[in-house]
Design a protein around this ligand. Structure first.
Ligand SMILES: Cc1cc2nc3c(=O)[nH]c(=O)nc-3n(C[C@H](O)[C@H](O)[C@H](O)COP(=O)(O)OP(=O)(O)OC[C@H]3O[C@@H](n4cnc5c(N)ncnc54)[C@H](O)[C@@H]3O)c2cc1C
Length: 182
């Protein structure tokens, strides 16, 4: 489904853009986002991996022992979310604390507040209903000589070039149809 970015205002990236096209129609305040930071490992396998890392770095502080697991910039935030003292040596972590770290790695949750404003949108949902457009010409079935193309039609797709294809194909068809009609 694509990459996810942590930005200074929240979550973004192709994955979030795709998700936003679905949750756009939901009550955002009632939704949560969960991120699996280690999708390739089961909880048990991840626990063994964390234990191995901690055994190798047993005298290191927690804040200095997650480099192999997480991007550097994410580590302070991640430790804050774990509610474990960052200065704690990993050989003093309890089993429960390690389980909390593993659980967060598999299930980092965020309360969703809102989507970005429309001026930040890449693609818009909604528009002129395709039922009211002749798909052979892009002409309105309601108002003769009016032709539609691109974003103004109620057709949208995930990012990846599909919307540009929609805009160009419908634009070409609408333009040639209008020319041929007149
Ligand atoms: C930052 C960004 C990244 C994107 N990335 C992707 C992507 O990776 N893949 C993908 O598929 N889609 C992507 N899109 C979406 C894609 O660009 C649009 O779906 C597509 O360009 C829509 O084409 P359009 O001709 O319908 O509208 P637009 O490209 O918006 O063209 C409308 C034109 O009409 C002009 N206009 C507006 N009002 C008037 C007026 N009153 N009189 C005269 N002219 C007017 C505007 O100035 C503009 O030039 C992206 C969009 C943005 C903003």
């Amino acid at each position: 489904m694509g990459e996810l970015l942590f930005t200074h205002v929240g979550l973004s990236g192709p994955l979030v853009l795709k998700a936003s096209s679905i949750i756009n129609f939901e009550d955002i305040a009632k939704l949560d986002a969960y991120i699996d930071l280690k999708p390739g490992l089961t909880v048990d396998a991840l626990d063994r991996r964390v234990l191995k890392d901690f055994n190798r770095n047993s005298n290191k502080l927690l804040k200095n022992s997650l480099d192999a697991l997480l991007p550097k910039k994410l580590i302070p935030y991640f430790i804050t979310r774990s509610e474990i003292e960052p200065e704690k040596p990993v050989n003093q972590l309890t089993k429960e604390e390690r389980a909390r770290l593993v659980s967060l790695l598999k299930h980092l949750d965020f309360k969703l507040i809102s989507l970005e404003e429309i001026d930040k949108a890449i693609i818009t949902s909604g528009g002129v209903d395709v039922k009211n457009i002749d798909s052979r010409t892009m002409e309105s079935k309601i108002i003769p000589d009016l032709f539609f193309a691109g974003e103004m039609i109620d057709v949208d797709a995930y990012t990846g070039g599909y919307n540009m294809q929609i805009a160009m194909s419908t634009g070409f068809l609408a333009g040639t149809s209008a020319k041929n009609k007149n």
